[in-house]
Design a protein around this ligand. Structure first.
Ligand SMILES: [Zn+2]
Length: 410
């Protein structure tokens, strides 16, 4: 048994405790108490103790693409008009596909390993990762973190979508549920997956995640079968408008417990249920120059919102705390306490893991990070975490320190 103290402890499901203590017995949290209740064994000084962070959306198999596929400006589009400055999304997708075709299975495994190590060093102790063929499952299952290994499904035509569902069932049969690594399913996006796939997957009790409403071109494709996605899908020889949903809301209805990634172009009044989650990927959202994200309005309506880094094909690193700090800077109206919840407990709820992790709560797994704090006084202690650039110094998973030095990526 050991008791730790620090300048601030952030349980997340309760107010922060100044110079409070957290007591760990083997792999579990057995007490979280205010200052003066218990004498600490270790005082971590001017630091915060937070729950291990949750990266609810990434693609570790693209970790070899860091810096190689920056979103580039639109081709041949004149100045002016909404979105004229936005990078060309389908052109970026072409580059991602071309990159994937250059990677051998061995390189993909090495990329997943490198991305995973980076996530862990940045204090992530729960990861939702999507990989082609569920390729990240073995590495995730053996890593010092909890995870959901999402199997990605693709296929707009009847034939391809049935093949994809069959492959996913075969994969699931040989990769059963493990306590620390749960299998999930990820129908890629409404422009690449047949409507029926969503309805089949929505009926089963495993985490399910999909990209949704990432671009306005996606909405044009679904609503009127127009825009750059038509040419893109024809080029890939997968154009089949009979497989498209007519509106993103149909996807919401078919995945009643779904995780919806991006949602950049959904109306702020979109009717999510209490069991659904929106995952925002702030720095990827910024890299593509999308207009202001509606998540503050979602939050006001009680919608659960979590954070993801997305992949290194669109993000400079896998630092999930940097995503929360980005939001603190660009959406100052959102309470900093809410941002820390999005970074931790909301992600754990989305990945169906909140019983075990996501907050510093009695009985939960001792998954936590130590974050050095700046030497100043702010009225809101959450801002000591979010308005700083200091990096996580130590990580504990199930009661054991696992941390290595944080890598120096810009
Ligand atoms: Zn993604």
């Amino acid at each position: 048994m050991q008791t730790l103290s620090a300048r601030w402890i952030f349980p997340i499901d309760a107010p922060p405790l100044e110079r409070g203590t957290i007591t760990i017995d083997a792999d579990k949290i057995v007490a979280v108490e205010p200052n003066g209740t218990r004498t600490p064994d270790v005082d971590l000084g001017n630091a915060a103790i937070l729950p291990g962070f949750v990266n609810a959306h990434t693609h570790l198999d693209l970790s070899g693409a860091r810096g190689l596929l920056p979103p580039s400006p639109l081709r041949g589009r004149g100045a002016g008009g909404e979105g004229a400055e936005q990078p060309d999304f389908t052109q970026w997708l072409r580059k991602v596909i071309a990159f994937r075709r250059t990677r051998t299975p061995e390189q993909v495994q090495a990329d997943i390993g490198a991305g995973l190590a980076e996530c862990l060093r940045f204090g992530t102790t729960l990861i939702g990762d999507i990989a082609g063929g569920g390729a990240s499952r073995e590495l995730l299952a053996n890593a010092p973190c909890r995870s959901v290994a999402f199997y990605e499904l693709l296929g707009l035509s009847e034939e391809r979508s049935q093949q994809s569902l069959q492959s996913e069932r075969d994969w699931l049969a040989v990769h059963p549920f493990r306590t620390r690594c749960v299998p999930g399913r990820s129908p890629h996006a409404p422009y690449s997956v047949r409507a029926e796939v969503y309805s089949v997957l929505g009926n089963r009790w495993l985490p399910v995640a999909t990209h949704l409403a990432e671009t306005k071109e996606e909405l044009a494709l679904l609503r009127s079968h127009t825009g750059p996605f038509v040419e893109f899908l024809k080029e890939l020889n997968v154009w089949d408008p009979s497989g498209l949903v007519a509106d993103p809301l149909e996807v919401l209805r078919m995945l009643p417990r779904g995780i919806f990634v991006h949602c950049n172009y959904l109306d702020s009044a979109t009717p999510f249920t209490a069991e659904q989650t929106v995952v925002v990927c702030p720095r990827t959202h910024a890299a593509f120059g999308h207009p202001r994200h509606p998540f503050p309005e979602f939050l006001k309506r009680g919608v659960r919102v979590a954070l993801g880094t997305d992949s290194l094909a669109s993000n400079p690193n896998l630092d999930i705390l940097a995503e929360a700090r980005h939001l603190r800077q660009h959406y100052p109206e959102v309470e900093p306490a809410t941002l820390l919840r999005m970074l931790t407990l909301s992600g754990a709820e989305a990945l169906l893991s909140a019983v075990a992790t996501g907050s510093l709560t009695l009985g939960k797994s001792a998954n936590l990070v130590v974050l050095p704090l700046p030497k100043d006084d702010r009225s809101d202690p959450h801002d000591l975490v979010l308005a700083s650039t200091l990096a996580v110094s130590d990580v504990m998973f199930r009661g054991e320190w696992t941390s290595e030095p944080v890598p120096e990526f810009s």
